[in-house]
Design a binder for this molecule. Structure first.
Ligand SMILES: *Cc1c(COP(=O)(O)O)cnc(C)c1O
Ligand code: SF4
Length: 375
């Protein structure tokens, strides 16, 4: 048996074991497990240093999950954009393809917890319908293989999916979304990577939320993927008590670059039922972007997005660098707060005419100087 299968077999998932290991009430854990599976790999559990720390809060169940008076079961209204059970088709040219119901560990804040862990909602028998849907929609040029976690499938099942997608001529790129390099890095084996690299252009988005998750094991896994020519991006979820601290987030994005992972998105936590205790205010996300942009490599700066409740898709948020835009100039500030002016290309009303019939010319240098002194 491979290392990773041993890890899965040894995972904490029985309410009795979880309650004992973390000193929780077993009835409470049972009630939580009834609505959303619990699983923690021994490897990931080993990263917990203290009860309630950043690793702990992501995967150990919390009584607050039982609160039902906030959040939605399908906050992004994905089911509305789901023509067949395995497909979410929201954007013009790309789809999510849900191929696996399980994950190596279950994030307590999961947006898709209404489906994840539930084999009646995401099931291999829906995979062929999904492939058919993609085949019959030539506008789909980008397929994001997701779930659950696609890397929970055997190499053989995963290869069937990738090979079938590659056989569709309009599918230009394939992306895999996976948290396995974080939860179960042992799954990233040489045979897996050898198989994946046959299906280029293949991208992978991984999911790390805290610098402590970048260990020697996960670095090995990420380096193996990068060596196979798979461009790696990272999606982070902004979570209270996990990474809602500009210095923690800056360390995370810098560490990611050092293992050849490009920070891609920071998500404001979705409005999911039973996750209120992990959400932050939106100002926190903006504060974090402010603390990264300009202060460290531009490559390290992800895009902060809110996946709009109700199904509007991802909406980017940026701190206010632009203070004003008018006909003459743009007034903006840099990362340190210093103010600068950029002169606009002048609009027709600002052009001077020398003589009747002559073409208008640009403002003089003096006039531009005047604009500079306006602020
Ligand atoms: C996030 C997402 C995508 C991919 O979005 P990108 O901005 O292209 O990374 C596609 N479909 C759905 C439904 C998504 O939620
Ligand atoms: S790995 Fe992704 S799909 Fe799985 S529980 Fe975490 S957030 Fe949900």
């Amino acid at each position: 048996m491979d290392d990773w299968q041993q890890q899965l077999r040894g995972s904490l998932s029985e309410p009795e074991d979880i309650a004992e290991r973390f000193g929780l009430d077993v009835d409470m854990v049972r009630r939580i497990a009834n609505s959303f599976d619990i699983r923690i790999t021994p490897y990931y559990a080993g990263l917990i240093k203290n009860k309630g720390d950043a690793i702990y809060r992501q995967i150990v169940p919390d009584e607050a999950e039982l609160a039902v008076n906030s959040g939605a079961s399908d906050p992004l209204n994905e089911d509305n954009d789901s023509p067949v059970p395995s497909i979410v088709h929201r954007y013009p040219d790309r789809v999510l393809f849900l191929v696996s119901h399980s994950c190596a560990s279950y994030c307590r804040f999961c947006t898709r917890k209404r489906k994840v862990g539930d084999a009646t909602k995401i099931n291999p028998r829906y995979i062929d319908d999904g492939l058919d849907y993609i085949r019959h929609h030539p506008e789909i040029r980008d397929v994001i293989v997701s779930g659950g976690d696609p890397l929970m499938l055997s190499d053989k099942k995963l290869e069937y999916i990738l090979k079938s997608l590659r056989a569709i001529s309009h599918v230009q790129i394939i992306r895999i979304g996976s948290r396995v390099p974080c939860f179960l890095p042992q799954r990233i084996t040489r045979p897996l990577v050898k198989m994946l690299k046959k299906y280029h252009p293949l991208y992978m988005n991984v999911h790390f939320n805290h610098p402590d998750e970048i260990t020697s094991e996960s670095s090995r896994a990420l380096n193996l993927l990068a060596d196979a020519g798979i461009p790696l991006g990272n999606q982070t979820v902004l979570l209270k008590g996990v990474n809602d601290d500009p210095m923690v987030m800056r360390q995370l994005v810098q560490k990611l670059l050092s293992v050849r992972v490009r920070p891609y998105y920071i998500y404001q936590a979705d409005y999911v039922r039973g996750t209120e205790y992990l959400r932050t205010r939106v100002e926190k996300g903006l504060e974090i972007i402010e603390a990264i942009r300009g202060w460290t490599s531009g490559l390290a700066v992800p895009t902060l997005v809110i996946d709009a409740p109700g199904g509007g898709g991802k909406i980017p948020l940026l701190p206010n660098y632009v203070q004003s835009i008018d006909n003459d100039k743009v007034v903006m500030r840099n990362y340190k707060g210093d103010v600068f002016v950029y002169p606009q290309v002048l609009s027709p009303s600002k052009f001077r005419t020398h003589k009747k019939g002559q073409r208008p010319v640009m403002a003089t240098t003096n006039e531009l100087q005047e604009l500079h002194t306006l602020i």
